[in-house]
Design a protein around this ligand. Structure first.
Ligand code: CA
Length: 229
């Protein structure tokens, strides 16, 4: 699944985009500020960045430049009309495409697909996600701690892969069931808790401290935090 970095400080716009893009089978990390976006990209690289031009701590143009200093990431700008648009069109910035506000989320999804197709990033998912001490090896379908493979059941692997690939994001039990079970209706929320328990036990065995990276968010669900809580 292609991984997108969405940087947009208006929650209503961001929520709609996340919803539509996730429905299109993208994995979306959402940041409200440029600094958060840079941290997220350092933690796990993305295939494409969608950058609002007007961010609270820097412009989307500055963020684009900072990202590109380290990563060859394609960029789609979300711009207001006027001066912002002129600069994008002047191609001073080197974005791959842009949409102007107000836009339809479908339009954004279509542009994302086109860019991924063009850049080839959507054609193959990255073979590995490295987040903190743990590595998701999507080719072998294994979680590793450094070079050491951790022996997980299929459900434990799928659940761990979902959590580790999106550090910091909270998943509800329902969402984990959706991602990791073929027939989520046949099992209950308790099943998730049981599997998290066995996952933590195996992590503890293979990788000291890693079990604490699977964080319980009371009343919400679970998240993966490479720094522990
Ligand atoms: Ca904005």
């Amino acid at each position: 699944m292609p991984r997108l970095l969405l940087v947009e400080d208006e929650p209503a716009i961001a929520d709609t985009l996340v919803y539509v893009l996730e429905n299109e089978c993208h994995v979306v990390s959402h940041a409200m500020t440029g600094m958060d976006a840079l941290a997220m990209q350092s933690a796990a690289a993305h295939d494409l960045a969608i950058l609002d031009v007007g961010l609270p701590d820097m412009t989307g143009f500055d963020l684009c430049r900072k990202l590109r200093e380290k990563w060859p990431i394609p960029v789609l700008f979300l711009t207001a009309r006027g001066g912002e648009l002129d600069r994008v069109l002047g191609l001073e910035i080197g974005g791959d495409d842009y949409v102007t506000k107000p836009f339809s989320p479908r339009e954004v999804a279509a542009r994302v697909k086109a860019i991924l197709r063009r850049t080839g990033a959507g054609a193959v998912s990255l073979p590995e996600v490295v987040a903190g001490a743990l590595v998701v090896d999507d080719v072998e379908k294994r979680i590793r701690c450094g070079a050491e493979r951790i022996d997980l059941t299929a459900h434990e692997y799928r659940m761990a892969a979902v959590l580790i690939s999106r550090p910091g994001r909270v998943f509800t039990r329902e969402q984990l069931l959706e991602h990791a079970w073929d027939d989520p209706g046949a099992v209950t929320d308790r099943t998730v808790d049981t599997h998290v328990k066995s996952l933590r036990a195996k992590l503890r065995e293979a990788c000291a401290g890693a079990e604490e990276m699977i964080v319980t968010r009371r009343g919400l669900g679970y998240s993966y935090s490479p720094q522990g809580e």
